[in-house]
Ligand binder design. Structure first.
Ligand SMILES: CSC[C@H]1O[C@H](OP(=O)(O)O)[C@H](O)[C@@H]1O
Ligand SMILES: Nc1ncnc2[nH]cnc12
Length: 290
């Protein structure tokens, strides 16, 4: 099976990477069910990468329906060590305008209906998640954005991403509440992915691209899909340029990441007495500690 150190998950609007060459579609079977779509393995300027359309090609899956565990497990099984998420978000701050890019360094969990761990069934682990994003990967991502000087795009390094369940957008009361908490952007996917990536010891960072001002903004009564789609295409073009640049930087200088040893002190259950079936299910993730 193809292997790559770098994975890319494309969110709303980003369903393919135009610059990929030597493409091979890989279907991965996982103990956590079917991933969102086939993994698109290929090369970006000569570097092997894996791309996955988060909602599937054709955008078929609701945020709640996303097979987060299978997607991250699939990336792990393809050898991914650095995972970049490209995502559409609503802006919760005046200064973050639509088409701006934010590289969040924190998340607030407002999800209600999804599984955000690989563990359970006899094996307990608690990963550290105080810094949920890989700082070094986020720095490389920010440097890539900065170097490109994209027209009309301001980069915001750091910020808090509220992850809501969806699929409906927020009420005004919720949107104002999140602003009062000092949050920067809102989306429906990245916190769940970041947790699972950390459990799988994959460094994770998000390129969040604003599509709208959510519903708090006095000039916008409600968020509409029309509003979001208007900016998605521009964001998808920009995201591809950023990703190409990031891949080049990661190839030249792969950063260290604390995520790569996240499980070292996280597993509470003695593995020698843990259920064999669960050990087998988690072998890919726990192998180096067994
Ligand atoms: C199409 S607007 C709402 C949708 O867009 C974002 O998806 P993603 O994070 O995959 O880019 C947001 O989280 C919602 O799922
Ligand atoms: N306003 C918003 N709320 C949640 N997810 C979003 N994705 C894009 N815009 C969003």
């Amino acid at each position: 099976m193809a292997q790559a150190d770098i994975g890319i998950i494309g969110g709303s609007g980003l369903y393919r990477m135009d610059a990929l060459t030597d493409i091979e579609e890989v279907t991965v079977e996982t103990p956590f069910g079917e991933p969102s779509d086939a993994f698109i393995c290929g090369k970006l300027d000569g570097t092997p990468v894996v791309f996955l359309a988060r909602h599937g090609r054709g955008h078929r899956l609701l945020p709640t329906e996303l097979p987060f565990q299978a997607n991250i497990y699939g990336m792990k099984s393809l050898g991914v060590k650095y995972l970049i998420s490209a995502s559409a978000v609503g802006s919760l701050k005046e200064e973050v305008k639509p088409v701006d890019m934010v590289i969040p360094d924190q998340f607030i969990d407002r999800t209600k209906n999804r599984t955000a761990t690989f563990f359970g069934e006899g094996i307990v682990a608690h990963i550290a998640f105080g810094d949920p994003v890989c700082k070094n990967l986020a720095t490389v991502l920010g440097d890539a954005v900065e170097s490109l000087n994209l027209e009309g795009v301001t980069l915001h390094r750091g910020g808090t991403y509220v992850c809501m369940e969806g699929p409906a957008f927020s009420t005004k009361a919720e949107s104002h509440l999140y602003r009062s908490w000092g949050a920067t952007v809102i989306g429906m996917t990245n916190l769940t992915e970041a947790k699972l990536a950390r459990e799988a010891e994959i460094a994770y960072a998000t390129l969040a691209m604003a599509t709208d001002y959510d519903c708090w903004h006095p000039d916008h009564d409600s968020v509409t899909v029309e509003m979001v789609i208007g900016n998605l295409q521009k964001n998808a073009v920009n995201a591809q340029r950023v990703i190409q640049d990031v891949v080049c930087r990661l190839t030249e200088n792969p950063p260290e990441s604390e995520a790569h040893s996240a499980l070292k002190y996280a597993v509470f259950t003695p593995l020698d007495t843990a259920p064999v079936a669960t050990k087998n299910k988690l072998k890919l993730i726990l192998e180096k500690y067994m």
